[in-house]
Ligand binder design. Structure first.
Ligand code: DGL
Length: 284
């Protein structure tokens, strides 16, 4: 193989891909990169087709698989679906049906399992509130996982279908935005007032943490998934040397979006906490 091709191959392989429908996965990427800054990362936000939360199973699966394939083509050995909706609707099929066919040595992981492994032990009342997209709530993925891992925990779920659009449109500080957030939280507590832990089961929602905290009763803990997912990923890499050994250590980050690069850069930098420069790509 010619040297330049060899160098290209080496440089392009061994990265960790982080995929989301839009900006939300940046909240997970931030925590992962803070915990493991040594690896090389690629972020892909399908902003042009967000939100995923109210789309059909087939469409979410199709879009997510396109994202995963793109990240594999960019040299990712491991892809994190930093999106609960994609994790709920597409992860299992991709792991079981697609991976053995398209990339048997690569891995795709989601965010639901690492989150549910911890949640049950954090509630004193035994009642946990889950806030997510319609797709995540209707899939009952949190209910199913928690029934296995913490059968005594009562799971109360509330879909918040307007929260992702509020974030993608950057409208959450408007009076209407605050009203929407407040009324969905009210609906959650109307279902059960003993909730003492709320899980933000959509990776976009930590962007609303300040607004959510202002409407939640004192003593209720609002959990974001980033710290849970990054710690579990660290454990995973420790236990899976065959994957870890293939990861490169250049502390780099490349970002891609299906929206315009300028649009992504203008909003993503604020969410991520440092300037980002994304390249526009098309998924298909
Ligand atoms: N961040 C995605 C999630 O965790 C948002 C889904 C959407 O685009 O509606 O579910």
């Amino acid at each position: 193989m010619p040297l330049f091709l060899y160098l290209y191959f080496v440089e392009q392989h061994g990265r960790i891909g982080v995929f989301d429908s839009g900006f939300g996965g940046l909240t997970i990427l931030r925590e992962i990169m803070d915990t493991m800054p040594m690896y090389d990362y690629i972020y892909l936000g399908d902003n042009a087709r967000a939100p995923y939360g109210n789309k059909s199973f087939d469409l979410i699966y199709e879009y997510t698989l396109e994202g995963v394939r793109y990240l594999f083509d960019q040299g990712c050995e491991l892809v994190i679906l930093a999106c609960n909706t994609a994790s709920a609707k597409a992860l299992r099929t991709i792991q079981q049906k697609d991976l053995p066919r398209i990339a048997p040595t690569k891995r795709v992981l989601g965010v639901i399992r690492p989150s549910t492994e911890e949640i049950g032990s954090l509630s004193y009342t035994g009642v946990v509130g889950i806030l997510g997209t319609e797709g995540t709530v209707n899939s009952n993925s949190y209910g199913i996982e928690l029934a296995k891992l913490s059968p005594k925990t009562k799971v109360i779920q509330q879909a918040c279908p307007l929260w992702v659009p509020l974030i993608e449109e950057r409208a959450y500080n408007s009076a209407a935005g605050k009203l929407i957030i407040e009324s969905d939280l009210k609906r959650l507590f109307e279902q059960n007032e003993n909730i003492d832990v709320i899980v933000l089961a959509c990776t976009h929602y930590p962007i609303l943490k300040e607004q959510i905290d202002s409407f939640v009763p004192a003593g209720v803990r609002v959990l974001t998934q980033g710290p849970l997912v990054s710690e579990k990923l660290k454990d995973y890499l420790y236990k899976h040397e065959e994957i870890e050994n293939r990861l490169t250590r250049g502390s780099s980050l490349s970002c891609y979006t299906t929206e315009s690069g300028d649009y992504f850069n203008a909003h993503a930098s604020e969410i991520f906490g440092q300037p980002l420069r994304a390249k526009h790509i098309e998924l298909n």
